[in-house]
Design a protein around this ligand. Structure first.
Ligand code: 4AD
Ligand code: MG
Length: 452
């Protein structure tokens, strides 16, 4: 027999041939003469219908068991599916006790329920759809950058810099008897990266356009629905920028490209979310794609918040950080589509942000992209490329020695440049309408939880 993936069998390839599929039973129904199975192998949301005479039935053939089925692939007489497998042989490869198995046949378990079983949840339709969408979105983002002349850089996971300066670092030290003397392995404190930005700046200073897409770590103590201790960030850095528009254009283009790609390539998986898991969200996604993203300044954002009748828990004075509640309000105010907020107070932004040198409100050329349901999706800025301004700011912070190499970038061929980071899990939340970030990553890490 020819071994086929379920998706290949469903596409009608090899009709009439003797084939073999391997997968997990998603449903089983015995009648007098026949037994009907649905077998899923993760290659698509759809399962392959298998029909077998009851002699092939086996008490171990239960929901969740792993099977190998050999038989003839036929056109199905039923409307609901194109093909069915007329089984000649069924092997139960791995049994599954349906009483102990946490998922029940024909039940639509909620995301919150299945989250309790991180080692088993990819056996559910919803989570396997999510993982296929995540994989396709990853591919789309890589192809966007490849098509647009960016070089992909593997920025380090272990680093001695704290790019964001927000004090959310995980320190890295070896363990085990060889290191018991407390000697510092790297001779300097080393951390898991909070952002690859500074390394990308090194590379964009020779390649003009560079990006990275990798794991990022932050010791956030919040149990929020949009923070993880380990998340994936897409970061891009672009040389010879004229203004923030050079960045907002890339952010918006990438968002559109990836989203349209996912909608076109994961039709059934996205439909499962938009119809059953997060009903109604498709309208939000369509509106996001139909309209161009408005741009407002931080000053305008503050004015909007102060004029509103909403009672916010956090202050809305000029100089205050925008909190999730503010971000969500601004998104709604702008028509429930993504909105760029630019030119934040200089003092709110890290040392690398470019000084707008404006008065009396001193701002930095920074931009966040806020999106429906999530709030901040991207953070970016023009970088301070002027040696005198950058060294003054680093000196003020007592960081000029730590960042002498970073200052060198301004000494040797400095150019105006900028970049941004997009939180990949928040992106998935945004296009699928998923409320909790823990439901869009295979193995979530957050405070007081590191399962598996
Ligand atoms: O705004 P952030 O902190 O920006 C930076 O790190 C810049 N150095 C990026 C750059 O310019 N290259 O983080 C960027 C994005 C946020 O907008 C958010 O979407 C996401 O990363 N993010 C998180 N996602 C999940 N869990 C967390 N704890 C996150 N912290 C930030
Ligand atoms: Mg930010």
């Amino acid at each position: 027999p020819t071994k086929l993936r379920v998706s290949q069998a469903l596409s009608g390839a090899e009709l009439g041939s003797n084939i073999k599929v391997q997968g997990w039973v998603r449903s089983v129904r015995a009648q007098k003469a026949n037994v009907f199975l649905h077998v899923n192998d993760g290659s698509s949301l759809q399962s392959l219908q298998v029909i077998a005479s009851s002699e092939l039935n086996d008490p171990l053939l239960t929901f969740g068991s792993a099977v190998e089925v050999t038989g003839i692939l036929k056109k199905s007489p039923h409307q609901k599916q194109p093909v069915e497998l007329d089984a000649k042989q069924i092997n139960v490869v791995g049994e599954c006790n349906p009483v102990d198995f946490p998922f029940k046949i024909k039940e639509r378990h909620g995301l919150e329920y299945i989250r309790q079983f991180p080692h088993l949840r990819c056996r559910t339709n919803a989570f396997s759809s999510l993982l296929r969408i995540r994989s396709e979105a990853t591919a789309a983002i890589h192809s966007y950058f490849k098509d647009n002349g960016f070089v992909e850089i593997n920025t380090p996971i272990i680093t001695s810099n704290d790019c964001e300066g927000a004090g959310e670092l995980f320190q890295v030290e070896p363990s085990g008897p060889d290191h018991a003397d407390g000697e510092n392995f790297f001779s300097v404190p080393a951390y898991l990266t909070v952002s690859g930005q500074l390394h990308l700046e090194v590379v964009s200073g020779a390649f003009s356009k560079a990006y990275t897409f990798g794991p990022t770590f932050r010791a956030e103590n919040s149990q929020s629905r949009r923070h993880l201790a380990e998340f994936y960030m897409v970061e891009a850095e672009i040389s010879f920028t004229q203004s923030l528009e050079d960045l907002t254009k890339v952010m918006e283009d990438m968002f559109r490209f990836a989203t349209e790609h996912v909608l076109a390539h994961c039709v059934e998986d996205v439909d499962l979310f938009h119809k059953h898991v997060t009903p109604g969200h498709r309208d939000t996604v369509d509106a996001m794609l139909k309209n161009s993203f408005p741009v407002i300044t931080y000053r305008e954002a503050i004015d909007i918040l102060r004029r509103s009748s909403e009672r916010f828990a956090f202050p809305t004075d000029w100089g205050c950080d925008l909190k999730t509640e503010h971000e969500k309000y601004l998104v709604k105010h702008c028509g429930n589509i993504p909105v760029f907020v630019t030119d934040y107070p200089y003092d709110l932004k890290p040392f690398y942000a470019r000084d707008n040198q404006d008065h009396p409100e001193r701002t930095a050329a920074a931009v966040d992209l806020l999106v429906p349901g999530v709030g901040e999706l991207c953070g970016g800025s023009l970088r301070e490329e002027r040696l005198n301004l950058l060294s003054a700011r680093l000196e003020e912070a007592g960081l000029e020695d730590v960042y002498s190499w970073y200052l060198d970038l301004r000494r040797f061929g400095s150019v105006p440049h900028g970049g941004f980071g997009l939180g990949f899990e928040r992106y998935l939340q945004c296009i699928l309408g998923v409320d909790n970030i823990k439901d869009v990553i295979p193995f979530p890490r957050f405070s007081h939880s590191c399962l598996l």
